[in-house]
Ligand binder design. Structure first.
Ligand code: ZN
Length: 263
């Protein structure tokens, strides 16, 4: 397997060599060096050509970086082959993907093209084994051992919601009380599901999740699909009541991975 993106790094900063003795620096000579251009360079423009090549290379590498995302399944650590099969099954992309296990249950994914990458970013939330797959842009300073998942997209349900509230703008407003609203389940709008309204929101996992919302003086319970470990004491995702500690000391990522390994 070839991972072209592993070699993608910003070039090291070009540092001029320090003069041995600053007081006796020969400025006239260094100026002469920078001005001196050979005839061959003037004619062929090789220096300019080299610079242009370098810029092209960096731009090209940046474009490749754009196609690399980091994914992690919340609360479950999948082995390489299972992860690859599952991703290919749920995403159904036009091109292929290259996958690399970068540790701590994080995987780097390189897409063949922009279209596939955009599909993955825009058509979420993606779920594997009823758990959310978090997707984020990879950057060269990404560190799997210290990276934390502090938010995820999640489907929420409001059971027993009066039918008068089944309107896109109303459901959107309700979703915004729970988190950053992403979309409303179209089946909900058609009232085909009947018993509950369903919206997708971005949930901040570093804070207690919203347990209920008040609409016109009535309280409605908020249910979270796929977030299986919500503490009934503090309301935070990632641990059970018996393991409850002040949320600031709780490492969300560590807790996610304390469960099952490599299936
Ligand atoms: Zn707790």
């Amino acid at each position: 397997m070839v991972f072209t993106f592993t070699s993608v790094r910003p070039p090291p900063p070009q540092k001029p060599p320090e003069p041995p003795d600053d007081q006796h620096r020969d400025y006239s000579r260094s100026n002469e060096d920078t001005i001196k251009v050979s005839f061959r360079d003037k004619v062929l423009g090789t220096k300019m050509h080299a610079v242009k090549e370098k810029v092209d290379l960096i731009a090209n590498n940046m474009a490749k970086i754009e196609l690399v995302q980091v994914v992690k399944l919340l609360g479950k650590n999948l082995g390489y082959n299972t992860m690859k099969n599952k991703l290919e099954n749920i995403w159904k992309l036009m091109g292929g993907i290259e996958l690399m296990d970068v540790g701590n249950a994080f995987y780097m994914v390189k897409f063949d093209g922009e279209e596939d990458k955009n599909k993955v970013i825009n058509e979420g939330p993606w779920m594997i084994y009823d758990r959310y797959l978090t997707v984020r842009q990879w950057t060269p300073n990404f560190n799997a051992s210290t990276a934390k998942i502090d938010k995820t997209m999640a489907w929420i349900r409001i059971p027993s919601l009066n039918l008068v509230f089944y309107d896109e703008s109303v459901l959107w407003a309700i979703a915004s009380m729970v988190g950053n609203p992403i979309k409303v389940d179209l089946q909900t709008l058609k009232v085909a599901r009947g018993r509950f309204a369903r919206m997708c929101v971005e949930v901040d996992l570093t804070k207690p999740v919203v347990g209920r919302v008040g609409i016109n003086g009535e309280w409605y319970q908020v249910q979270y699909e796929g977030l299986h470990i919500i503490c009934t004491h503090c309301g935070c995702y990632g641990h059970l009541m018996k393991d409850c500690a002040p949320p600031t000391k709780q490492s969300v990522t560590d807790v996610h991975d304390s469960g099952r390994k490599n299936e």
